[in-house]
Design a protein around this ligand. Structure first.
Ligand SMILES: [Zn+2]
Length: 602
């Protein structure tokens, strides 16, 4: 029996290690007052319905009133959710969270007339309004982003029918969620000490990294044994989801589901195709990495369950929170004094909730709202992974700071497509800094492998998912039934092609499609891969001090959603419809793979 380390209660955590939410609201009473005010604004917004097309002035006033409501809601929302996250067992803040969730749902329903009313204004009239009313100018891009897909918007009655079927359309993904999160029962396997552990998706992700081969093998086989028993049901839920995507796209006169998904984020489809082409062209690099893994682990046969165990043992570096902040500041100094001043501001003003306590939400995030500082939630442990997490979340926080201080509220947030670029760029800068300052071969090998594993999991693996996702949507569009056997057959071959000849593509892995929640998110995964590659390119430019690289990067951080994501990245120096940024990322992967091969062969 191991003794369970007792976590402190929330009120036992030293104040200096908690976030200071009085900068959002001075007290809970102030929150209550603001909440009541948002509820009143929400009531008043119903009178705005039907006014947007009346005149240029009316359009401007109505948009302002709607955006003011969103802005005020955001602030009460983040206060309640951060209070709830710091101790989810506290009934007072559970109540706050429930209150803001319900208010947010009401606001969203009450304001659902916004897009249809703007689309109902005929294009000439809209252009005239924008021309006549100088105060409307600021909303030009916001209105454009609503009207740009006008050709795909149906008659109001047809849109209402499709919207009303929304719950029914969610059945496949809800059923998958219920099955995957609660109904599936996985077997009991043995851990490193020979003690029985109940397998679950969460426990699996830990056991598959075990250095004890029999543990990770048993976890792999046990997990897939369960999925295999339900493969026909899981094929049915995934098929149902794909059919829904295809149906909604077709109803809106899109060529296919991908065209619709990408048009709604204003990303050209060529970004997706270029990613898949380039990753395929560089698969030999992944094959080399897999071969190195086999050699270092000293295995006659490398199996799929040998892909996640650390190659270089336990992390040789450890940092206290104070040391981590100091290291992060040294690494990020290359971003220039202005960027660094915001890092210091975040580190020194209690914007971070540092340590774990009873009831605190797990994981890490960067949050806050337009009218608050950026806040970070961490669950600090003294290791290298946590230094990376700090640098990652601080990348989001500084991005938020620049956006919120340089854009009006309407553009004061950034699109998902560019969000992870800011955080991953910081991680890459940390990697480069550590490689420049650490000379011990063991330490260097650990850092290089950390980078290569991240690259493998984000660029190669997510692109493999993207390729599969597009295949099943196309197959369904062509009338092919998405059965378990058909999907497993394709996935098994795809997996063998990605990982190459040094690994045994175990039959179980062909079923991996059946357990990936992201396949229910309608063309989402490719953004992980494009974001990681874009960050590799940008951090490279900054580290090499290419002219204007830093300035252009900070302009990207300042731009929020004032332009389409693809144009924002173009201004930062990357044309994501072209292969160059991906080729650059693969070059970095190759250099680091070379060095790791060299180090480990000694
Ligand atoms: Zn992130």
């Amino acid at each position: 029996m191991t003794t369970v380390k007792q976590l402190p209660r929330r009120n036992e955590v030293p104040e200096a290690l908690t976030w200071d939410l009085t900068k959002v609201f001075a007290s809970d009473a102030a929150f209550e007052t603001a909440f009541a005010d948002v509820a009143r604004q929400n009531q008043a917004i119903q009178k705005v319905q039907g006014t947007l097309g009346q005149s240029a002035r009316a359009l401007k006033n109505s948009l302002t009133q709607i955006l003011d409501l969103f802005r005020a809601l955001e602030k009460v929302y983040v206060y309640a959710s951060m209070k709830n996250d710091q101790d989810t067992d506290d009934p007072k803040y559970q109540g706050y969270q429930a209150k803001v969730d319900s208010l947010a749902a009401q606001v969203s329903a009450n304001v659902s007339f916004l897009d249809p009313e703007i689309l109902a204004i005929d294009p000439q009239t809209l252009a005239k309004y924008l021309n006549d009313e100088p105060d409307l100018k600021v909303y030009q891009h916001f209105i454009d982003s609503i009207t740009v897909n006008r050709a795909h918007v149906l008659e109001p009655q047809a849109e209402a029918l499709i919207a009303a079927a929304g719950d029914a359309f969610n059945t496949a993904s809800n059923t998958f969620g219920v099955l995957n999160n609660s109904d599936l029962k996985f077997p009991v396997v043995k851990d490193e000490q020979g003690d029985p552990v109940q397998l679950s998706n969460g426990v699996y992700s830990r056991l598959i990294e075990s250095t004890d081969r029999s543990v990770r093998k048993a976890a792999f086989e046990g997990l897939y044994h369960t999925y295999d028993q339900f493969k026909n049901t899981l094929a049915s839920t995934l098929s149902g989801e794909v059919k829904t995507h295809n149906y909604i796209a077709k109803a809106h006169h899109y060529q296919n589901a991908r065209a619709r998904a990408m048009a709604s984020n204003h990303i050209p489809e060529s970004v997706y195709d270029t990613l898949i082409e380039q990753v395929n062209a560089h698969l030999p690099l992944l094959h080399r990495y897999v071969a190195l893994r086999k050699k270092i682990l000293g295995l006659d046969e490398l199996h799929m369950y040998d892909l996640y165990t650390p190659l270089t043992g336990e992390a040789p570096l450890s940092y206290t929170f104070e040391e981590a902040k100091a290291t992060a500041k040294k690494a990020l100094a290359v971003m220039g004094p202005d960027y660094l001043s915001h890092v210091s501001e975040i580190f020194e003003n209690r914007y971070i909730d540092v340590v774990e306590n009873q009831g605190k939400r797990s994981g890490a995030y960067s949050g806050g709202a337009y009218d608050t500082p950026p806040y970070e939630l961490l669950n600090w442990q003294n290791n290298l992974n946590n230094l990376y997490t700090l640098v990652h979340e601080t990348g989001h926080s500084v991005h938020s700071w620049y956006t919120r201080h340089n854009q009006p509220y309407v553009y004061g947030d950034y699109p998902i497509f560019v969000a992870e670029i800011a955080s991953t760029t910081n991680e890459n800068i940390l990697t480069e800094y550590l490689l420049q300052t650490q000379s011990d071969p063991t330490v260097r090998a650990y850092i290089l492998n950390y980078y290569l594993d991240g690259f493998k999991g984000t660029i190669f693996r997510q692109t493999q998912f993207a390729e599969f996702e597009h295949f099943i949507h196309q197959a369904d569009g062509n009338g092919e039934p998405l059965t378990a056997d058909m999907m497993s057959d394709y996935y098994g071959k795809l997996n063998a092609r990605y990982y190459g000849p040094s690994i045994i593509s175990d039959p179980q892995i062909a079923l991996e499609w059946s357990r990936i929640p992201h396949f229910y998110m309608n063309y989402y995964v490719y953004q992980y891969a494009t974001g990681f590659a874009a960050a590799a390119f940008l951090s490279d430019q900054i580290m090499q001090e290419k002219p204007q690289a830093r300035e252009k990067y900070i302009d990207y951080l300042k731009s929020g959603s004032s332009h389409y994501a693809i144009d924002t990245m173009k201004a930062a120096g990357i044309d994501m419809t072209k292969p160059d940024y991906l080729i650059g990322a693969f070059q970095t992967f190759e250099q680091r793979l070379n060095e790791l091969e060299h180090l480990l062969q000694r």
